[in-house]
Write a protein that binds this ligand. Structure first.
Ligand code: C2E
Ligand code: MG
Ligand code: MG
Ligand code: MG
Length: 289
């Protein structure tokens, strides 16, 4: 199924490409079977407030526990299904699993907000809200205010007006949303202006080099200023060290997520992590900038 577009209307048979397409179809079948077999699991990465030392929530990140290949990361399988209905099946499985997990944590006395990543295809379903409500109906005693949606900024939002209405409906139900990887897309400012989200997640690429690259530092300052002007919260992704955290905190960014705080972990490890976690001593220091 070669795409006929623009100047490439003539398609010469290319055995390599044919093979890739066939492999994709096979992989899709594998992914469908793996879903049915329960091989997809969620890992959870903590989000913390560096000023107060509170654990404010967790991001659910999908992994494929492959029987032969071990733990596979989303970069290896999401691109294969992104444009197919399977993306929606997997997306709904992720929401259902996250809700189920929040309920289990609740029963252990751990009340946690959990964010899930929503692909463009799923978000743009005409009945997205109805389906979300149906998934929630399976865990009705859980307040929807504990669920958050992360919208990937680079995802091709074809109808920003429609997405904006969907997010407004979510907000009315108490579900907040965030723009993920903020600053990396083509229309960051349009999204900021038009999408009713409460949070911007600063992309980890800006955070990673912030200590060495004045341009990245300037972008961080700019995003923090924009967020303040628009009344949005900000969380920094990819906080890999105590010094990164300390500098961000002094810049006014209190929320953080990253390997320097914790790597994503299986659900069963989360409550223990919360009990043992202590804020990084660097965050108390004032002498980094
Ligand atoms: P994301 O939503 O921006 O998630 C953050 C990614 O950065 C995760 O990778 C996380 O493990 C990684 N990360 C966290 N802290 C650090 C750090 O300090 N340093 C570095 N280098 N990386 C860090 P992961 O789990 O491989 O996920 C990659 C992307 O796949 C996610 O990016 C998200 O866009 C997508 N994704 C993950 N789970 C789902 C899902 O359930 N549904 C959908 N639609 N997309 C998902
Ligand atoms: Mg995310
Ligand atoms: Mg991100
Ligand atoms: Mg990302």
């Amino acid at each position: 199924q070669a795409k006929l577009s623009g100047r490439n209307r003539y398609h010469v048979f290319d055995p390599d490409q044919d093979k890739t397409i066939r492999q994709h179809h096979e992989s899709q079948a594998h992914i469908r079977a793996a879903l049915a077999a329960g091989e997809f699991v969620l890992h959870y990465q903590p989000k913390v407030n560096m000023r107060t030392g509170a654990v404010v929530g967790a991001e659910a990140l999908v992994r494929w526990q492959h029987p032969e290949q071990g733990l596979l990361f989303p970069g290896t399988f999401l691109p294969i299904i992104e444009e197919t209905p399977l993306a929606i099946t997997l997306g709904e499985y992720v929401i259902a699993t996250a809700l189920h997990q929040m309920k289990a944590w609740q029963a252990e006395g751990l009340t946690l907000s959990v964010s899930v990543n929503i692909g463009a295809r799923q978000l743009q379903q005409p009945d997205f809200i109805e389906r979300l409500k149906a998934l929630h109906a399976a865990s009705p005693d859980l307040p929807l205010t504990q669920l958050e949606l992360e919208i990937l900024e680079t995802s091709a939002l074809q109808d920003i007006g429609q997405v904006s209405r969907v997010l407004a409906e979510c907000r009315a139900l108490g579900i907040s949303s965030a723009i993920d990887d903020f600053g990396t897309g083509y229309s960051s400012l349009t999204y900021l202006k038009r999408l009713p989200v409460s949070m911007l997640k600063i992309d980890q690429s800006f955070v990673r080099d912030m200590l060495d690259d004045p341009d990245d530092m300037a972008i961080l300052q700019g995003v923090l200023g924009l967020a303040r002007a628009f009344g949005r919260d900000v969380i920094a992704e990819g906080v890999e060290s105590g010094v990164h955290g300390a500098v961000l905190l002094q810049m006014g960014c209190e929320l953080a997520q990253g390997y320097g705080i914790a790597r994503p972990m299986p659900a069963g490890e989360f409550a223990g992590w919360v009990r043992n976690w202590r804020p990084d001593p660097h965050w108390m220091r004032q002498d980094f900038v």
